[in-house]
Design a protein around this ligand. Structure first.
Ligand code: GTP
Length: 423
């Protein structure tokens, strides 16, 4: 009995010992677990840190890449701008050296016998239709090569009009109108399309308001803007001649004070035409020249004051600054005058001329266009493209270097000349 009790006691002791052991064991385990957890936590923090650093550097990489791309695009567009500006601008130094020679040459041409309006039209016609690259040559060839009017013909015609600088939007409008007319009039011969095309062009050009240079009621001020070399000075001279012929008292203002010889060139024109010119030193403030010219125009009771302006188009801001100041002076000092702002564009420069017109339209309220050198280009479509895309009427066209070579724009005559027909 005692032995049984003793045995039970020993067993109980053993059980208690093992319980104590177990407690110790579990404490150890807990400690181990805590340690592991600590390690895991530290590693997690480290991994997170690493990930953060990775992400940051990834972000920096992406940012750098994006910045590089933007910079590249900016560089490209700046280069394009520069290219456009370079093609737009005549080299002033070269001009300075050759201006006198050019002027001499121009005067010699002018000294030849004057020509009447019909020969002016002839010159325009010759210019516009002189090569097979002109609209008329291409349209003729196209229509001859088709036996019937189909979709392929329309597509080729569309291409001719677009490549003749008529502009995509206007071309689409012309083609759609042609399709309707062909259906309506039941036209089946490709050759008849030419007549309908002419009608469509005239109709489009006639949509813009009256193309007269607005100088009534007097006094009037005509501000002439445009980049160097497009024919600004020549057009001012020709315009002065025109107005003088109409019995107007004309005064010129040499507002292009930046280009050396620009004032001299204008002065030569003034002498030829027999009008006076207000000029300052080279490099002086153009707005000051215009101010003085306005005072002179008032004092001398001038009917039309024609102002030359600087044609620098380095960037839009410069242009805005230069022209803005001149416009402010005009508005403040000559608010009572009828105002015209004419943009001169060289028709031979095609798409460049459209680009110039867009830039000038953004900085000035252009009221009309003078398209020069139409005697020397087969790309007359630019007249339609510019006037329609910018909704600015073409008021005058230059068809030569002589004093009389400035014509009032007339849509019907122009389209006839474009198609090589008689006026
Ligand atoms: N064939 C032809 N030549 C023209 C016409 N208009 C101007 N020119 C010539 O184009 C050249 C440039 O004309 P300018 O009047 O000097 O041009 P601009 O825009 O005043 O140039 P800057 O004085 O540099 O501002 C000259 O040789 C002119 O004779 C035109 O209608 N037809």
């Amino acid at each position: 009995m005692f032995k049984k009790f003793f045995n039970r006691l020993i067993k109980q002791e053993k059980t208690e010992d093992s319980a104590v052991d177990k407690d110790v064991e579990s404490e150890d385990l807990e400690r181990d677990q805590e340690e592991v957890e600590d390690i895991i936590e530290t590693e997690e923090v480290e991994i997170e840190e690493e990930l953060k650093v990775d992400k940051e550097s990834e972000c920096i990489d992406v940012k750098n890449e994006a910045e590089d791309q933007i910079k590249k695009q900016l560089d490209e567009s700046n280069k394009q701008m520069e290219d456009v500006s370079l093609t737009l601008l005549e080299n002033p130094e070269h001009l300075d050296e050759t201006a006198e020679a050019e002027m001499e040459e121009a005067i010699q041409v002018q000294n030849k016998e004057g020509e009447g309006p019909l020969s002016l039209f002839k010159r325009l016609k010759e210019g516009l239709s002189k090569t097979k690259q002109g609209i008329t040559g291409k349209v003729d060839e196209l229509l001859k090569s088709y036996k019937k009017i189909d979709e392929a013909l329309f597509e080729e015609l569309e291409e001719i009009l677009i490549t003749s600088d008529i502009g995509v939007k206007t071309t689409m409008e012309i083609i759609d109108g042609l399709r309707d007319k062909i259906k309506e009039k039941k036209v089946s011969e490709p050759e008849q399309v030419k007549e309908l095309l002419k009608e469509a062009l005239i109709e489009i050009l006639q949509r813009l308001p009256d193309a007269q240079v607005n100088i009534e009621p007097g006094p009037a001020i005509v501000l002439v803007v445009g980049v160097n070399g497009v024919g600004k000075t020549t057009s001012i001279g020709k315009m002065a001649h025109r107005f003088k012929q109409d019995g107007k008292k004309v005064l010129l203002a040499a507002g292009d004070t930046f280009r050396a010889a620009a004032s001299e060139q204008l002065e030569i024109w003034a002498q030829r035409v027999g009008v006076e010119v207000v000029k300052h030193q080279e490099g002086s403030d153009p707005a000051a020249v215009i101010f003085d010219a306005i005072q002179a125009a008032k004092a001398r009771k001038v009917d039309v004051l024609i102002c030359d302006t600087a044609g620098r188009l380095h960037n839009k801001k410069n242009l805005m600054n230069e022209l803005g100041k001149v416009f402010k002076v005009v508005d403040r000092e000559y608010g009572e005058a009828t105002k015209e702002v004419l943009l001169v564009l060289d028709a031979t420069t095609g798409q460049n001329a459209i680009q110039q017109a867009k830039t000038f339209k953004e900085v000035a309220n252009i009221t009309g266009l003078i398209l020069t050198k139409l005697d020397g280009t087969a790309k007359g479509g630019v007249v339609i493209g510019i006037s329609q895309e910018l909704t600015i009427p073409v008021k005058l066209i230059g068809v030569g270097e002589k004093m009389e070579d400035l014509q009032q724009f007339n849509a019907t005559d122009f389209v006839k000349a474009l198609f090589g027909e008689e006026a």
